[in-house]
Write a protein that binds this ligand. Structure first.
Ligand SMILES: Nc1ncnc2c1ncn2[C@@H]1O[C@H](COP(=O)(O)OP(=O)(O)OP(=O)(O)O)[C@@H](O)[C@H]1O
Ligand SMILES: [Mg+2]
Length: 236
């Protein structure tokens, strides 16, 4: 589905560079890419993070797996090929959000390393930061949570190609952030990510940094933070 059928097309650049856009909007765009098993907490953490960032005055918008499948990706199922295309489209859409100087928060199982790598490369070749957040909890924990009853159905054979049961999940080897949600609360997770963004000067120009205080009220944390691909332009 990703075969290139578009011919006779010419890219039409705008009059405003990304640097100028960032200065006008006082914000740098990037993508925070959540990956993990179903019920690991991707959507829950992304919702809380989006709210927190907006309270800080930072434009952020969630692209959520289920939500996107109601519209843009309603023609895709859960076969490997459809999952590849699902993630390819989301990688492209997230890149557009990041290019527009917003923070895109994507919460998709995105079980295949190669798909996530493709999304990363799409961003990094355009100088846009891509922060992979592995939302991790053991299968027995997520199966016990089972907020949508999907594991039960998968175990009963009512859902085929279910990640972790009848389809693979390829865990990230070097995510920028690795959070165990069986060991950290939602507030902890938001704080871990926010502190990472601030430490790496990933998103907040100095003017906004000075007013960013609400994260201080969040509780203490326990998680591993691995690395940041700090490619691209730094506006801090
Ligand atoms: N520390 C935690 N962090 C995140 N979620 C948690 C945590 N502890 C318990 N939960 C619960 O785990 C469930 C996570 O569900 P959520 O829909 O966020 O998962 P998901 O990774 O988005 O799954 P899916 O891939 O199916 O969309 C929720 O019911 C949430 O309340
Ligand atoms: Mg979800």
């Amino acid at each position: 589905m990703s075969d290139n059928k578009a011919t006779n097309i010419t890219f039409h650049a705008g009059n405003v560079t990304r640097e100028e856009r960032a200065q006008f909007l006082k914000q740098q765009g990037l993508t925070i890419w959540f990956t993990g098993l179903s019920a690991s907490g991707k959507s829950t953490v992304a919702v809380a993070l989006e709210q927190h960032l907006l309270h800080l005055g930072v434009a952020a918008y969630r692209l959520d797996g289920d939500n996107i499948r109601f519209g843009l990706n309603k023609n895709l199922g859960f076969s490997e090929a459809d999952r590849n295309e699902n993630i390819r489209r989301i990688g492209e859409v997230a890149k557009l959000f990041a290019d527009s100087c917003q923070i895109a928060l994507t919460s998709f199982i995105s079980p295949y390393k190669a798909d996530r790598q493709q999304a990363r490369e799409l961003h990094e070749k355009e100088g846009l930061k891509f922060i992979e957040v592995y939302i991790d909890a053991p299968l027995e924990v997520v199966e016990k949570r089972d907020p949508k009853g999907l594991y039960k159905k998968a175990r009963a054979g009512e859902i085929k190609d279910f990640t972790g049961i009848s389809a693979p999940y390829e865990a990230p080897e070097k995510p920028e952030i690795h959070i165990r949600t069986d060991e950290n609360s939602v507030e902890d997770s938001v704080r871990i990510i926010t502190e990472y963004l601030q430490k790496e000067e990933c998103y907040i120009p100095n003017t906004l940094k000075r007013t960013s205080t609400t994260h201080n009220s969040l509780p203490s944390i326990n998680a591993s933070i691995v690395r940041c691909h700090a490619s691209g332009t730094n506006f801090s």
